[in-house]
Structures are given as structure tokens and as C-alpha cells.
Design a binder for this molecule. Sequence first.
Ligand SMILES: CC(C)(COP(=O)(O)OP(=O)(O)OC[C@H]1O[C@@H](n2cnc3c(N)ncnc32)[C@H](O)[C@@H]1OP(=O)(O)O)[C@@H](O)C(=O)NCCC(=O)NCCS
Length: 150
Amino acid sequence: MVAQRLVRIRDATPNDMQAILIIEYKCFKDPYPLDLLNRLHSMHPDTFLVAEADGKVVGYVIGALRWGETGHVLAIGIDPQCRRQQIGSALMEHVMNRLRAKGAKLVRLEVRKSNVGAQRFYLRLGFRERGEIPYYYEDGETAVAMERPF
Ligand SMILES: CC(C)(COP(=O)(O)OP(=O)(O)OC[C@H]1O[C@@H](n2cnc3c(N)ncnc32)[C@H](O)[C@@H]1OP(=O)(O)O)[C@@H](O)C(=O)NCCC(=O)NCCS
């Protein structure tokens, strides 16, 4: 029998930024630097969430509300050792609820065209593809733009 781990979703605090930075480096080839993470946290404190398993930060999501009605997921990352345990889904559900409570009518995000796994993840959460944005990333890769209405 596999022991069920206790996973808790909570607001990120400034003390979490170092752990989030480490996960960023494990997840992305163009990770957000620490000063940007700190800035995003001070701009969006109630839509910057972490997932804690057994007291350790294992994932995070950064949401933002733009123009009053548009929610945006800026980043989500789960420690590679903790993937496929529904932690990413729990973070997304929480941040979407927060954005909705703040007035968002929909949520948008961009994902690398090569990141087919993340696209499947978002499709499972009710997102639909709304188009492509060529040269969106610094290395020239195209983004797939996705949206989920409430
Ligand atoms: C994408 C990511 C956030 C998913 O987090 P996760 O906690 O592993 O996702 P969940 O366990 O909640 O997955 C829910 C469902 O989404 C789908 N899914 C998730 N990851 C998938 C993958 N790599 N390939 C295919 N489907 C996937 C599956 O249907 C999964 O359900 P299942 O495990 O029962 O089959 C995680 O893989 C990650 O951090 N990736 C690196 C960073 C990244 O790409 N972020 C998004 C950039 S826009």
C-alpha cells in the first residue's frame, strides 16, 4: 500500500522564494530569477500559491488579474519527483478560484508548443487552445495560447 501524503495548498510567503527558485530551475530552461519571483509575489500576493507536502514546498503557481476581468497564469511548476500526484491540478483549481473571486471571467496562459505534457494537463482542466504566438519565447519558440472561461 502506498502511504497518502498530506498536501496543503497555501499562500506563498517571502520565505518560500528560495524553494520556489530551486523548483523553477528544475522545471524550466529559462527560469524566473529570484528578484522577479519576489516582485511577482509583492504584486500578486493572493494569487501566488505553494503546495506543501510533508512540510516541504513541492510546487507553486503564480496567477495575476489583468484589466479587471482576465485571469492569467504566469507560471506553474511541480518538483519532478512529485509529478502525476494531482498536485498541479490542485494548485490550478485553487488559483482559478482565487482569480474568479477577484472578478475574473476567464483564465488565460501560454505554453511552449513543444510542451505537449503541459498542454494535456491544461486540456484536462478545461482549457482550450485559442491560437499560437510565434517567437513568444526568448529562444524563438512558438507559444500555444490557451483559455478557460468560467
Ligand atoms: C505540467 C505540470 C505542472 C503538471 O503537474 P502535475 O502535478 O504532474 O499534474 P497532475 O498530477 O495534476 O496531472 C493531472 C492530469 O494532467 C495530465 N498530465 C499531467 N502531466 C502530464 C504529462 N507530462 N503528459 C501527459 N499528461 C499529463 C494527466 O491527464 C494527469 O492525470 P493522470 O496523472 O491521472 O494521468 C508539471 O508536469 C510541471 O511542473 N512541468 C514542468 C513545468 C511546466 O511545464 N509548467 C507549465 C508551463 S506553461
